[in-house]
Design a protein around this ligand. Sequence first.
Ligand SMILES: *Cc1c(COP(=O)(O)O)cnc(C)c1O
Length: 385
Amino acid sequence: MIPYGRQNISQEDVDAVISVLNSDFLTQGPEVPKFENKICSITGSKYALAVNSATSALHLSCLALGLKEHEWLWTTPISFAASSNCALYCGAKVDFVDIDPLTYNLCPIKLEEKLIQAEKENRLPKIVVPVHLSGQSCKMEEIARLSRKYGFSIIEDASHAIGGHYQSAPIGKCEYSDITVFSFHPVKIVTTAEGGIACTNNEMLAKRIELLRSHGITRDPNAMTEASKGDWYYQQIDLGFNYRMTDLQAALGTSQLARLKENISARHQIANIYNKTLIHLPLLTPHQTKNAYSAFHLYIIRLDPARCNRSRDEVFNELRAGGIGVNLHYIPIYRHPYYSKFGYDPKDFPNAEAYYSEAISLPIFPTLGQENQNVVIKAIAKALE
Ligand SMILES: *Cc1c(COP(=O)(O)O)cnc(C)c1O
């Protein structure tokens, strides 16, 4: 089976992890701050707080922004459920904004319509989470304009997007958001096995996330309720979690980041070949917006029902049976059984519903190789003939 994504581990990566194993610190040593600094230098963000997953980073971001019970978080339905679960952890409520039919990202026009309605009903969101699907940035300038008008905070879920750009800045610079979150799960662009990070330019938010990722415990004398009694002394001043990243993971991440540029350009090369060779088939290749440089975590095609007489499921199953590990990103979150109790109506999200019945993620990862890619291309052509 040719998978849709695969990690790329070099000898340097292996050596980096082994050298931590032979060092004094397996966790809470020098590798985590080194990794965080590297992320800051790549993204241009002031602060970066590494944690054990993007899910944890999303949770801590919601807490740092003060999301409370009965408040609302809005996101796109076409994402991994972690994008909205973070609100439920805080006892808050979730609603969805339909997607843009071209980019499949959260649609700023639909967002504005929904905000106008929500303002009348006094249920404006506290936080909006745009997700950069497949690595292409959402229209952040438009979303940020709405955030100023309606007073919500923004967390960019950039789990797919490290190495991508929006306008002239790297994703993660937080020019149009409060916090940007990346994932380092092995299917993502850069891996730490499990891991995530929250980037921000806001010192208060950074301090809050730092405190909450490690039990709510501080060793900073300035944050204590009384004078420190010495080096050994610490205080728990809030209820936090153990969401820390280990030094083994951070060392792997730093080593991986050294190859980020070549990783992204290899993905673009693969995408360009797909774009050229699939163009004559009854499908849509990924639309690229002018002011965004995608990280191409995913390459998503959409069958065009006007020109294609086979269903997505037929094509999908045939490709899988032929050893092509195609996938679907994603089942709309509101369709998951756990979410059914909140009473969403799929009819409120026509673009997400259409996408859900037509989308297929094709294999894309730096070591895919021309030969395997040809196998994929031939199989799609055959499935659609
Ligand atoms: C993978 C992913 C997450 C969760 O990342 P973890 O590091 O596995 O917790 C969240 N959002 C999106 C869009 C993702 O793709």
